[in-house]
Design a protein around this ligand. Structure first.
Ligand SMILES: *Cc1c(COP(=O)(O)O)cnc(C)c1O
Length: 368
């Protein structure tokens, strides 16, 4: 067990995790073979963390156990009504071997906001942080050390109560699993092509767009296949007033000729931590940053007139991807390419991998 002191902000004592070692854990050679070419989301570490919650008992039975299938009652509410939320965050290995993650307090707080919207219990942030440390304590060797490689951490929470009535579940599980991730772009960052979804939206006013919940992703799969049919990599969604929202799992940022940076802001957009961090780095460089509505017309006209000089998408998995093309039913707009997106990407990843000074105190050490 890792020793952590009572949390100064919440007064919560750390949880006491039971640890059951995986007797069939991969050996160093097997692990190294996977880490040599990890891909994304295909291989998992030897252990997982879970914490139970019930109305009566609150958060209880924190465990580290061998990674493996979860047994669920077929009537578990998540399987019927989708009461589920998740997070995505990475662990990075620095040159001195130490393991760090990036702004995990932000992920912990976002998990709480998502929980509120999905009527799930809020996991205290200190427990969230402890779960990350507990997993790294047993599976730290799974954090790869190659260029742009990381260990992708996937915290999630779901309604496990066996009950077909419609109400918030009285029994819930929080889990944490981890998957080694290779460089997202093999052979350098390439601009992506984006399909404009006109028939489908990802979120509505008052809906769950701002929560990280599986249902939003389920709703994006059909429009995403429409994007593939139209030879595009990703799909971008509009709101009911034809303002730009975001891609299926990444935020959008526009760079203007005068250096102003604009990103769509609304209650139905997921607030990305990558976006927030990139915008802070841009402010540090003297850029003026605005969060406001951006209509599709403003985007298309801005590109046509030369007012918009760069458009990019951002999120934890890919960090930053320039947008090369916007394709709609009756148009194809080539997007201007600049250098800011890739400069900010470099600056951010330099901080994450410990190659540049962490001026904002964003790093959080996981292995000590
Ligand atoms: C997770 C996510 C993002 C990106 O958030 P990050 O914190 O930057 O990883 C953007 N949009 C959606 C819909 C997401 O689920």
């Amino acid at each position: 067990m890792t020793t952590i002191d009572t949390d100064p902000d919440t007064g919560l004592d750390p949880l006491e995790f039971s640890v059951t070692r995986n007797l069939a854990a991969k050996n160093a050679a097997e692990r190294d073979a996977i880490l040599a070419s990890p891909g994304f989301g295909q291989n998992f570490t030897d252990h997982m963390v879970d914490i139970c919650w019930s109305v009566r008992g609150g958060w209880h039975r924190p465990r580290v156990s061998p990674y493996g299938p979860i047994s669920l009652d077929p009537a578990a509410a998540v399987l019927h009504y989708g009461q589920e939320i998740f997070e995505g965050i990475k662990a990075y290995r620095h040159a001195d071997g130490s393991v760090h993650t990036f702004r995990p307090d932000q992920n912990g707080r976002r998990l709480q906001r998502s929980a509120r919207r999905l009527a799930l219990p809020e996991l205290p942030v200190p427990y969230f942080l402890q779960s990350l440390r507990e997993l790294i304590a047993v599976d730290g060797a799974w954090v790869p050390s190659g260029d742009d490689q990381s260990l992708y951490l996937r915290p999630f929470m779901f309604a496990k109560e066996a009950f077909l009535g419609v109400r918030p579940a009285h029994k819930v599980a929080y889990y944490l699993i981890a998957s080694p991730a290779g460089a997202y772009f093999k052979g350098g960052v390439k601009p992506v092509s984006i399909w404009l979804s006109e028939d489908y939206s990802r979120a509505g006013k008052g809906g769950t767009g701002a929560a990280k919940t599986g249902g939003n992703y389920a709703a994006s799969l059909l429009p995403q296949s429409e994007a593939y049919e139209n030879e595009c990599d990703q799909v971008v969604f509009l709101d009911q007033d034809r303002n730009v929202e975001e891609l299926g799992g990444m935020n959008v940022v526009f760079v203007y000729k005068d250096g102003t940076i604009v990103t769509p802001q609304s209650d139905s957009i997921l607030e990305g931590i990558t976006r927030d961090s990139l915008l802070q780095l841009a402010r540090d460089r003297g850029h003026h940053v605005e969060g406001r509505n951006v209509s599709l017309d403003e985007w298309r006209q801005g590109v046509a007139s030369g007012d918009i000089v760069e458009v990019f998408a951002c999120g934890t998995a890919a960090v930053v991807t320039p947008i090369g093309t916007l394709k709609g039913r009756d148009f194809i707009d080539e997007q201007p390419t600049g250098t800011l997106a890739l400069e900010l990407r470099q600056e951010l990843t330099d901080i994450q991998y410990g190659r540049a000074e962490d001026k904002h105190g964003w790093l959080y050490r996981l292995d000590a």
